[in-house]
Design a protein around this ligand. Structure first.
Ligand code: S3P
Length: 163
């Protein structure tokens, strides 16, 4: 079980870096948010609106457990995933966790006016969540890389550290 699992706050580049990294290493790219949406058949925003966050977190946990069975993949996780100990435990069975440590201003620039993230509607609240979560990402990670760089550079850095 040698997956590379990317964690970090919303907008830290997990999906873009993950796709790039998968290309560089010749691995399959998997995104836990996409798998949650596939399982439920509707977008994450709608899952939050209709069923609430706890329901989403249970689906996310199921998906984290399922990814532990995968081999040789790059797995991008949702921004809240590794803030829950049960997910960290499940994900670590499948590989190494890499934290994309991007600064909050870079994250805000990347997210811009996008409205599809239920937990990033208010910049002040998002800042508080970022500060609360950062130590959790650090604690969960086997490797931490600067997530504020261009995606290709970050992906190359991760590739060299996980070779
Ligand atoms: C979440 C981040 C989102 C998605 C959901 C919850 C979070 O993923 O899983 O909206 O708790 O930070 P991204 O980090 O890919 O935006």
């Amino acid at each position: 079980m040698n997956n590379i699992i990317l964690c970090g706050f919303m907008g830290s580049g997990k999906t873009v870096v993950g796709r790039e990294l998968a290309k560089i290493c010749g691995r399959r790219f998997v995104d836990t948010d996409e798998l949650v949406e596939k399982k439920q058949g509707i977008p994450i925003k709608a899952i939050f609106e209709i069923y609430g966050e706890d329901f989403f977190r249970d689906l996310e946990y199921q998906i984290c457990c399922e990814t532990a069975e995968l081999k040789n993949c790059v797995i991008s996780t949702g921004g809240g995933a590794v803030t829950f100990e049960r997910n960290v435990e499940a994900l670590k069975k499948g590989g190494k966790i890499v934290f994309l440590d991007a600064d909050f201003d870079t994250i805000c620039d990347r997210i811009g006016d996008s409205t599809n993230r239920p937990l990033f509607n208010d910049r002040e609240k998002a800042r508080a969540l970022f500060d609360e979560r950062r130590p959790k990402y650090e604690a969960a990670a086997d490797i931490t890389v600067d997530g504020s760089m261009a995606a290709r550079k970050t992906a190359m850095t991760i590739a060299s550290l996980t070779r």
